[in-house]
Design a protein around this ligand. Structure first.
Ligand code: GDP
Length: 356
C-alpha cells in the first residue's frame, strides 16, 4: 500500500504527532488503528459518510479506508552526505509515496531547537536542501550512463534530457514537486523531491487562531498543502472520551482534530479517493487511484470481480441520502448502470455485477 513518510528536523514534534496518529481517538471510535512496526502506523480515513451509510443499512461494522504513515527519523543537516542516519533515512524516504514534512512553528523555551531559533522558513529550506542534494547525487551518478544509452538507443534520449533538465531545476534550489516538473520519464531514478509533498505546521494555541500567521506559513509551501495543528493538543485528545475531546476542540476553535485533516489531505496527496459499499454486514470505504475505472475499482474488492465484471450500479452518496433509501434512489432515477469504461467518482455508492 502507498504510504506517507513523516519527516522533519529533530524536536519539531514528529514522534508526538505519529504517536497521536496511531493511538487512535475517541472521535473515530469504530476505526481500526494498527501499528505494524514501531515506525509504521495504519489509520482509518475519517469519513462521516460511513456512519450515515451504516445507519441507513443497519450495518454491523464500519470499515474505513486505511492510510499508512511511516515515521522517518534522522533528517538532519548533512543527511544527504551520510550524517545522522543518512543512508538509512534516504532509503526509508525512497519507499514512501508522499512526503509529509513536519515543521515547528510553536515557541516553547523548554524545547530546544536544533538550530537555536524557531524559523519555519529556514527549517523547510534545511530539509528541502537535503532532499534536493540527494536527488542531485542520484542524477549526477546516473547521467553519464543515461547519456551513453541515449547515443545508442533513440528511445532513451528523452530520459537523459529529462534528467538533465531536472538537475537544472534542483540546482536552482527547487524541489521537482514545487516546480511542477514532469517526471514521467524519470521514474527509474526514484527521485525524492518528485514525490508529492504536504506540510504540517506544528503551531501552538495562539498560532492556531492567528490567520495572518497561518497565511504566511501557507504561502511558504504553496502549491503544496498546509495543515496546522498543535501536536501537543492532538496527543491530549487521544486520551479523552468523545465529549471531552469535542469540548477541548471547541475551546481552541477547531471543528475537528487536526489529525483528521492530516489523514484526509495525506490520502488525497497520494492521488487516492474512495468509493463506498454498504449492507447489513458492513459499511465500507474502498481505495482507488483517482481516475480508476469501474472494473479496476471492482478488482480492489476481489480480482474475480474485475475479471468477471459486467456492470456497476452506482449512486452518489448525496443522492442516496437525499432519496433516503436505495429503492427510493432507484425510483427517482438516481441509480445509474455503468459499464467498464466508467471513471469512478469519490463517494460513489456501488454494487458490482459480475460473472464468476
Ligand atoms: P521529534 O524529535 O520531531 O520526534 O519531536 P518530539 O515529538 O519528540 O517532540 C520534541 C519535544 O517537543 C518533546 O518534548 C515534545 O513534548 C515537545 N512538543 C512536541 N509538540 C509540541 C507542541 O505542539 N507544543 C509544545 N510546546 N511542545 C511540543
Amino acid at each position: 500500500a502507498l504510504s506517507i513518510g513523516i519527516v522533519g528536523l529533530p524536536n519539531v514534534g514528529k514522534s508526538t504527532l505519529f504517536n497521536a496518529l496511531t493511538k487512535g481517538d475517541a472521535l473515530a471510535a469504530n476505526y481500526p488503528f494498527a501499528t505494524i512496526e514501531p515506525n509504521v502506523g495504519v489509520v482509518g480515513l475519517p469519513d462521516t459518510r460511513l456512519g450515515r451509510l451504516a445507519e441507513l443499512y443497519d450495518s454491523q461494522k464500519i470499515i474505513p479506508a486505511p492510510v499508512s504513515f511511516v515515521d522517518i527519523a534522522g533528517l538532519v543537516r548533512g543527511a544527504s552526505k551520510g550524517q545522522g542516519r543518512g543512508n538509512a533515512f534516504l532509503a526509508n524516504i525512497r519507499d514512501a509515496s508522499a512526503i509529509c514534512q513536519v515543521v515547528r512553528a510553536f515557541s516553547d523555551p523548554n524545547v530546544v531547537h536544533v538550530d537555536g531559533k524557531v524559523s519555519p522558513r529556514d527549517d523547510i529550506e534545511t530539509i528541502n536542501t537535503e532532499l534536493i542534494l540527494a536527488d542531485l547525487q542520484t542524477i549526477d551518478k546516473a547521467l553519464p550512463r543515461l547519456e551513453k544509452e541515449a547515443k545508442v538507443r533513440k528511445e532513451r534520449a528523452g530520459v537523459a534530457a529529462a534528467a538533465k533538465a531536472a538537475g537544472a531545476v534542483l540546482n536552482e534550489g527547487n524541489t521537482l514537486y514545487a516546480a511542477r516538473f514532469d517526471v514521467s520519464e524519470l521514474g527509474e531514478l526514484h527521485l525524492l523531491t518528485a514525490k508529492p509533498f504536504l506540510y504540517v505546521f506544528n503551531v501552538d494555541e495562539a498560532g492556531l487562531s492567528d490567520e495572518a500567521f497561518l497565511d504566511e506559513l501557507r504561502a511558504l509551501v504553496a502549491p503544496a498543502e498546509a495543515i496546522f495543528l498543535d501536536a501537543k493538543i492532538e496527543s491530549e485528545l487521544t486520551d479523552l472520551d468523545e465529549e471531552e475531546a469535542l469540548e477541548l476542540l471547541a475551546s481552541i476553535g477547531q471543528p475537528e482534530p487536526g489529525l483528521h485533516q492530516l489523514i484526509r489531505v495525506g490520502f488525497r496527496t497520494l492521488g487516492l479517493q474512495t468509493y463506498l459499499t454498504a449492507g447489513p454486514k458492513e459499511a465500507r470505504a474502498w481505495t482507488v487511484p483517482i481516475g480508476a475505472t469501474a472494473p479496476e475499482a471492482a478488482g480492489v474488492i476481489h480480482s474475480d470481480f474485475q475479471r468477471g465484471f459486467i456492470k456497476a450500479e452506482v449512486v452518489s452518496f448525496d443522492d442516496l441520502m437525499t432519496a433516503g433509501s436505495m429503492n427510493a434512489a432507484k425510483a427517482a432515477g438516481k441509480v445509474r448502470i455503468e459499464g467498464k469504461d466508467y471513471i469512478m467518482q469519490d463517494g460513489d455508492v456501488v454494487e458490482f455485477r459480475f460473472n464468476v
